[in-house]
Design a protein around this ligand. Structure first.
Ligand SMILES: *[C@@H]1O[C@H](CO)[C@@H](O)[C@H](O)[C@H]1NC(C)=O
Ligand SMILES: *[C@@H]1O[C@H](CO)[C@@H](O)[C@H](O)[C@H]1NC(C)=O
Ligand SMILES: *[C@@H]1O[C@H](CO)[C@@H](O)[C@H](O)[C@H]1NC(C)=O
Ligand SMILES: *[C@@H]1O[C@H](CO)[C@@H](O)[C@H](O)[C@H]1NC(C)=O
Ligand SMILES: *[C@@H]1O[C@H](CO)[C@@H](O)[C@H](O)[C@H]1NC(C)=O
Ligand SMILES: *[C@@H]1O[C@H](CO)[C@@H](O)[C@H](O)[C@H]1NC(C)=O
Ligand SMILES: *[C@@H]1O[C@H](CO)[C@@H](O)[C@H](O)[C@H]1NC(C)=O
Ligand SMILES: *[C@@H]1O[C@H](CO)[C@@H](O)[C@H](O)[C@H]1NC(C)=O
Ligand SMILES: *[C@@H]1O[C@H](CO)[C@@H](O)[C@H](O)[C@H]1NC(C)=O
Length: 315
């Protein structure tokens, strides 16, 4: 990966991302590092944003450098998880290594670790507000030129979080990648309360555990059903593994963009039975799947050595 020659310099104030700042100029942006006092009347825990350099070193929070011309990828973890959870961290690292983008990992684990699942679901709009404010802040300061430069990736509850945030940004985010969006509490929810096609300009969804934890219904512009969407070959019958392995799948597709051939399946039932239409061209499931892709696809992942996928456990 090329080291960017020009950097914007920004300093982040993590609490509520309320920055006082000089107007951005060209590609170098200097931000006043004065930290505003947190608004204690707002009953919300911290959301943190971690920026990485091209060598996956965490940047000093007072000295963030991002390349003005690169796209931004925002990765959001799920319930009982954090940016430092093995598989999430691995995907973050792969994004830094294999894409030419600025990568940010969002830490909202204060919400996802202490509260009950349904409490977090109820508060999702509040967390989405943080995310939206933060993105608007980057945009207002010229750190990102437009939401056309932004890809958001979310796992499980994080998939609904970015979906919700995407609605609030009027669907302007270029690409939303929903990794096995959570099913509990979302099965019958209104489409504006979860990830759906209006969350971004292009919404791709990967389904890997539709029996219990993951949403079964197609909700994106394109929906990929891995191994019928139900049980994953590397997971035997471990449901949590099936829900989490989707992070490994996306990471694998960064390393090898043709790792996951996707075959057209015409109905959800066909996808689940792995009945595919061989007359239609196959596509590659990866972070660059063309934004014109529509409909349902079946992917048949091979069984991998479990050791490769051993970092499942959510901390
Ligand atoms: C960023 O984009 C501008 C305008 O497109 C260009 O002039 C400049 O060289 C680019 N900088 C880098 C580091 O690619
Ligand atoms: C913005 O850039 C221009 C040209 O590089 C420079 O003359 C001007 O002083 C800069 N403004 C600020 C506020 O830094
Ligand atoms: C930074 O912001 C604080 C608070 O608004 C202000 O008092 C201070 O003068 C600013 N510093 C600079 C260098 O702009
Ligand atoms: C703090 O948050 C409350 C509740 O949202 C709001 O009414 C108040 O104006 C905020 N105060 C400041 C200083 O931002
Ligand atoms: C900020 O980071 C850049 C790039 O890592 C480094 O060259 C520079 O010395 C740092 N500045 C400060 C004040 O730490
Ligand atoms: C993420 O946020 C939680 C809650 O604020 C905090 O305890 C934890 O240290 C943070 N994680 C990292 C890796 O900094
Ligand atoms: C979304 O639409 C609202 C209402 O029209 C507008 O105020 C807001 O600026 C828009 N936001 C974006 C990111 O387009
Ligand atoms: C990428 O994956 C495909 C499908 O498994 C395989 O045929 C191909 O050899 C792999 N390419 C590389 C460079 O590993
Ligand atoms: C879709 O992708 C093409 C090629 O990358 C790009 O030119 C076009 O602007 C994209 N359209 C949307 C709506 O993002």
């Amino acid at each position: 990966m090329n080291q960017p020659t020009t950097y914007g310099l920004i300093a982040l104030q993590f609490l509520f991302y309320r920055l006082t700042i000089a107007a951005p100029n060209t590609t170098v942006v200097a931000i006043n590092t004065t930290v505003a006092a947190p608004n204690t009347t707002i009953d919300v825990p911290r959301v943190q944003y971690y920026f990485f350099d091209d060598n996956y070193h965490l940047m000093d929070e007072n000295n963030i450098t991002i390349s003005g011309n690169k796209t931004l990828i925002v990765l959001v973890h799920g319930f009982r998880s954090s940016p430092w959870t093995g598989v999430v961290a691995d995907l973050g690292k792969s994004l830094v290594q294999w894409t030419n983008s600025n990568v940010v990992l969002v830490n909202w684990s204060k919400w996802t670790q202490k509260m009950d699942y349904t409490d977090v679901v109820v508060r999702l709009p509040t967390v989405a507000t943080h995310l939206v404010d933060w993105l608007n802040g980057l945009h207002d300061r010229g750190i990102i030129q437009s939401f056309d430069d932004v890809t958001m990736i979310g796992h499980s509850l994080g998939a609904h979080l970015i979906g919700y945030a995407g609605h609030r940004l009027n669907g302007t985010i270029k690409r939303i990648i929903a990794l096995d969006p959570a099913q509990p509490n979302f099965k019958d929810s209104q489409k504006n309360e979860r990830v759906d096609v209006d969350s971004g300009q292009f919404v791709m969804v990967l389904h890997t555990s539709t029996m219990f934890l993951g949403l079964r219904e197609p909700v994106g512009h394109v929906d990929f059903y891995f191994n019928g969407g139900q049980m994953q070959p590397s997971c035997n019958s471990d449901t949590v593994c099936g829900h989490v392995i989707v992070l490994n799948y996306l990471a694998d597709s960064l390393k090898n963009s043709s790792e996951f051939k996707a075959y057209r399946c015409h109905t959800l039932s066909d996808c689940e039975k792995k009945i595919v239409d061989n007359k239609e061209p196959t596509i590659d499931m990866n972070i660059n799947t063309p934004n014109s892709t529509r409909g349902l696809y079946s992917v048949l992942p091979s069984k991998k050595n479990l050791k490769i996928y051993s970092r499942f456990f959510l901390k």
